[in-house]
Design a protein. Structure first.
Length: 277
């Protein structure tokens, strides 16, 4: 029985830290786990218990660890059909996710059901392009979260896919969908320029491919100037060692870990002090 741990190491960022120091940040990430509580398939991979074991092992070995999810942690097995997300919410809480965003399948049972799941999970949910003002989700979802690890200030924000055609209208009634790229640029600029974050991470459920004009993670990277890492979902793709150029020609990491929780992504970032001018 196993869970694959896929990772890569990058030294790509120069930030203001204490003189002479470098800081290693380890980002663990999942997406589209789809209520896969137990190991899956002939390879017997994944499962909540095994994932938690790997996460705890890495936390014991590394000082500055983030655990993030890019959405669609609900729907896909009888656990969701019978228990409505309570199992998944409890597991996210026990694993200690630092932040998650919402995918389209989080709305499969409607907003009231999702409210109950998030109250069970008691985790931080981020989304910047859905306006929840007229829904009971308003107090449970924030546009971004600030996390500090090893003296590094990290801004994490979320993006959701257009729900039209992916969820019943009644299941997201009252929610206003905003254009994702514009929302992401506004939030990332605010995090980097106003709040002075050293590192900005987007949890995106846009996906990396589209059959229409729906924007993708590649479009987001190309338009951005202040996003460093995009943890993606929705497309069920395996993206490791993937980068794209932003609007300034600088690299943006784009990562995605397939589906069903068979893989746990790991990104090792070493952040160095900016040289004095």
């Amino acid at each position: 029985m196993k869970i694959k741990l896929l990772f890569f190491a990058l030294i790509v960022f120069s930030v203001s830290l204490n003189a002479g120091k470098t800081t290693k940040i380890v980002i663990l990430h999942t997406n589209d786990t789809h209520s896969q509580v137990e190991p899956l398939g002939s390879n017997d991979m994944g499962g909540y218990a095994r994932r938690m074991g790997v996460i705890n092992q890495i936390r014991s070995e590394e000082k500055n660890v983030l655990l993030l999810d890019a959405g669609d942690f609900l729907q896909g097995t009888p656990y969701f059909n019978f228990y409505g997300g309570r199992v998944e919410g409890t597991a996210l809480k026990m694993m200690g996710y630092d932040a998650v965003t919402l995918g389209n399948h989080e709305f499969d049972n409607g907003i009231d059901s999702l409210v109950n799941v998030l109250k069970t999970a008691k985790i931080d949910v981020v989304n910047t392009n859905f306006d929840f003002s007229n829904t009971p989700l308003q107090p449970l979802v924030q546009p971004y979260k600030i996390i500090k690890r090893g003296g590094v200030k990290i801004g994490v924000f979320g993006l959701g896919v257009n729900l039209n055609g992916l969820a019943f209208q009644k299941n997201f009634a009252g929610l206003t969908l905003k254009e994702p790229i514009a929302s992401a640029l506004q939030t990332s600029d605010y995090l980097k320029k106003t709040l002075k974050c050293d590192l900005v991470i987007c949890l995106s459920h846009l996906g990396v491919s589209s059959l229409d004009s729906t924007p993708t993670d590649y479009d987001l990277a190309a338009a951005s100037t202040n996003i460093d890492v995009i943890i993606g979902g929705h497309s069920h793709k395996m993206l490791v060692n993937e980068t794209a150029q932003n609007a300034l020609g600088k690299p943006v990491v784009i990562a995605q870990m397939g589906k069903s929780g068979q893989n746990l992504g790991r990104i090792d970032l070493t952040l160095e002090k900016k040289p004095k001018k």
